[in-house]
Ligand binder design. Sequence first.
Ligand SMILES: [Zn+2]
Ligand SMILES: [Zn+2]
Length: 376
Amino acid sequence: MSTKRCYYETLEVERNADDTKLKSAFRKLAMKWHPDRNPGDAQSEVRFKEINEAYEVLKDSDKRAAYDRFGHAAFEQGGMGNGHGFGAGFASSFSDIFEDLFGMAGQRRSGGRERGADLRYNMEITLEEAYLGKTAQIEIPVSVTCESCSGIGAKAGSKPKTCSMCGGAGRVRQAQGFFTLERTCPGCQGRGQMIEDACSSCSGSGRVARERTLSVNIPQGVEDGTRIRLAGEGEAGVRGGPPGDLYIFLSLAGHPFFQRDGADLHCRVPISMVTAALGGEFEVPTIDKGKTKVKIPAGTQSARRFRIASKGMPVLRSRQMGDMYVQVMVETPQNLTKRQQELLAEFEKLSSGTTQPEATGFFAKVKDFFGKSAAN
Ligand SMILES: [Zn+2]
Ligand SMILES: [Zn+2]
């Protein structure tokens, strides 16, 4: 039914491993496979997800018990053969369904905890910054756990009271015909506790708004659309739940004369008709703010490309460098003086078929084309 790896295998622990062992195994593996440590490696992202998922289940004794009994089927769409469908976001919906199925009300330990929301931060960087890499300081508005009440929401010195509606169970029973239904307690929203004296810093929500400065490491050679994940830097969780993640979406600003193609850089340089005909040398700027010489042979045609090795962008997480391509565009002279016009006209008179091989070849083909058409 499922080809997923066993959660215990994923975390490389014995089936009877205790919480301490689980936690240290998780930490070790999470550090190793963290996407920030292995940017651009799809395999480690998959591993990291698996490790998280396995730990998310095994650290919770209820979920672990269900997994031990039913395997992965315990958490899959339509699992347990009862038609209860729950897809994405099982982590939050699971406990409710679990309680419905097994009548485990009152053993709910989460106390209404919720994971904080993920945040997205859009950052535009220049091509030069992508070339050099950088450490960016970003200010993000986040809601963090309230310090005055440690996220509980109750005023200092006062304690949340046990909910009178459900007696602290977080669930209430309701008779409906032959059945007794259990519901999340409407008095306390499942927390099992009521806050009478709300904390004045957070008005009882347990979270406060803050600006946080984070430093983000942008590696050399990042591409447009690169996503950097900062685990645990998103919104604070609700009532002591874990924080969400922060995702930084990088976009690259356009450059005045370089176009990027993977690790290669392209630029177009206009050259004079005379330089193209006689050959010559000119300097072009490079992305590292230096200059490099391009030598062009006599008789260079427009649009010809010259490759300058290793003057492109760094390849992400490697020592390799892309190349730079310089495409020359031969510029037709304009605004000629009388004298210049005379010289060019004289030049034209002296020109034979050998100075214009392309044109000679082309007009020969045209002649040939009309000759054939006439024959048909
Ligand atoms: Zn209640
Ligand atoms: Zn507070």
